[in-house]
Design a protein around this ligand. Structure first.
Ligand code: NAD
Length: 337
């Protein structure tokens, strides 16, 4: 962190409100004197035959080279003959885990005040393997694939995350009472990894019970790790507990330590270009990115300034019930640094 060479980060500002909220991150980083050099990449209008996607090979290569990136929302292109943007990123960068810290923002009132949990979702297999077919008319089959390799990898990441982030407990979320073989294997892999981390408490919670516990008392949870589809649902459920996707940071972890932080909301075409977007989700994702880079002091400083701005309540964007513009909010965060 003390080295004088700036850290190169690939930045995808994205579409719609993306460039406005990316500008906010750039300003806050510059004000906080984070030594980052942004390599900006945009989604093209033409398919790159090397990636079969609107994302170019150069963009993907930039993330591979830098090992770290920040992604704004991308509008989903319509039409055929290309791979989805998110699928391209996931496959090409080997993004195997999606990590979403979910914590209550002081001063922004929701049903709960003290949520502080992290969902870690296996991101490459399970129900998302894309293996569906019609057996006979009126009957389809969809294959859920669980492998030892992918399960161990995400379990290992979850425990490593818990250990390096001062977390006490990892809960594995499953339905192994019904999916005896598939979720059973996932559980078995988590148990194996848990043995290597005796300092971290380990528990197994059935998905339906987990949902009930989350809405009744989310403080019961710390780090949650789970297969793909359960992760898809539980991560949005958890975001809902603290005020929605506009406030939730997200990180994707890939092969060789690649980290791609992203805002999980969309490009909000209804308010794009109007200086109305809330940059909080992208800013908080950028904070997670700094933590991943071990720039913990800068991360903490920026994090506090964001929380203070929201908690003061004077500069809140429309989605949080305020009237501040994106630039007003950004300036307030900079002033609070
Ligand atoms: P959306 O998230 O863009 O918008 C839903 C609603 O939330 C809108 O009213 C919007 O104004 C509001 N909103 C979202 N983010 C906001 C922010 N930061 N500040 C203030 N308000 C915000 O969802 P959508 O309209 O369904 O999708 C629009 C486009 O975004 C589509 O092309 C979709 O495919 C794409 N999308 C991309 C991602 C991604 O890149 N991760 C995720 C979801 C949707």
């Amino acid at each position: 962190a003390s080295s004088s060479n700036p850290i190169r980060v690939t930045l995808f500002p994205g579409d719609g409100i993306g460039p406005e909220i990316a500008e906010s991150v750039k300003q806050v980083f510059s004000e906080a004197e984070v030594r980052v050099e942004w390599e900006e990449h945009y989604v093209r209008k033409k398919v790159d035959p090397r990636t079969q996607s609107f994302l170019t090979w150069e963009s993907l290569e930039s993330v591979r080279r830098n090992g770290v990136g920040l992604k704004g929302p991308m509008a989903t292109p319509i039409g055929k003959g290309h791979r989805s943007l998110n699928l391209t990123l996931r496959k090409e960068l080997g993004l195997f885990a999606n990590v979403r810290p979910c914590y209550s923002l002081p001063g922004y009132k929701t049903r709960y005040d003290d949520v502080n949990l992290v969902t870690i979702r296996e991101n490459t297999e399970g129900e998302y393997s894309g293996l569906e077919h019609q057996v006979v008319k009126g009957v389809v089959e969809s294959l859920k694939v669980i492998t030892r390799q992918a399960s161990l990898r995400v379990a290992e990441y979850a425990f490593h995350y818990a250990k390096t982030h001062g977390r006490q407990r990892v809960s594995v979320i499953h339905k192994a009472n019904i999916m005896k073989l598939s979720d059973g294997l996932f559980l078995k892999c988590c148990r194996e990894v848990a043995k290597k981390y005796p300092e971290i408490a380990y528990e197994e919670v059935i998905i339906d019970n987990c949902c009930m516990m989350l809405v009744k008392n989310p403080t019961l949870f710390d780090v949650l790790v789970m297969p793909n589809l359960y992760g898809d649902i539980i991560s949005d459920l958890s975001a809902g507990l603290i005020g929605g996707l506009g406030l939730t940071p997200s990180m994707n972890i890939g092969e060789g330590g690649i980290a791609l932080a992203e805002a999980v909301h969309g490009s909000a075409p209804d308010i794009a270009g109007k200086n109305l977007a809330n940059p909080t989700a992208l800013l908080l994702s950028a904070v997670e990115m700094l933590r991943h880079l071990n720039l913990n002091n800068k991360a903490e400083q920026i994090h506090k300034a964001i929380l203070k701005t929201i908690s003061e309540g004077k500069y809140r964007t429309g989605d949080l019930g305020g009237t501040a513009s994106t630039t007003d909010f950004t300036k307030a965060v900079c002033d609070n640094l």
